[in-house]
Write a new protein. Sequence first.
Length: 268
Amino acid sequence: MTILLLLAALLAGCAGNARLKEVRAFAAEAPKLNGYAELSQRYRDTYQREQPYLSPAADRREQAIDAQRRAAYPDLVAIHEAVVAYLRTLGKLAGGDQFDPGDQIKDVAKGIKAWPDTGLTDRHVNAVSGLARLLARIGTGRAQDQAVQDMLRDGYEPLRDSLDAMSTVLRYYDKNHDNEQAIVIGMLETEIPFADSPQERLLAALAKAHRQDKLDEYRLLGRRHTLARQHLQAIRDRHEALYRGLAPAPADPQPAARVAANQAGGTP
């Protein structure tokens, strides 16, 4: 019997070590989400790029939209900050180290709100808030593998929905990118024929070269959008696989107390 118990403990330890290694590798993928942050900055600065190509009427319209973009930007990047903080904390926990995400991350969701035009809904806002609450109550007294499993289990839905929020916002950035391209290239396509005369040969040549530069820029940006979506999907798939591989959750002897504690944002 003693040999069987030792064997069971050894197998459990091997499974735990393998899981910790997988979790560390998963957490190390966090930098691949940086494309979302970079595209968020580009989205925020859309008007600065569009302004030289706008008619007076379009300029007035785009100024109002620019104000909305800049107001939404902090909430849109807060999603990325919360997800990365979760992944870094998870990776540190799987490595046996403690990691304090800091008061800024713990409080990151307090002021975040939905922006329906971007696809960011209350469900996404609640998911980011859930990650922030989880980070605020990570315990230090549990066995390492069990602590990692608990964090993966408790963070599954908030992280899943936060990644869904990022995916939704990336689709919105795609539409914004297409709209900017239509404005800029449309203006150049309209104006270049008027400069294409013997008297304006130099102006026409410069305008055509500029149009080609902008087309190249938007083509490369399209690839960045595609790469950002691919990286995000890879992390979603890996997160799902880790969650599905968890051991069954132990029975909770005080489920009512645990639910009340979670709702209060504390530990049972």
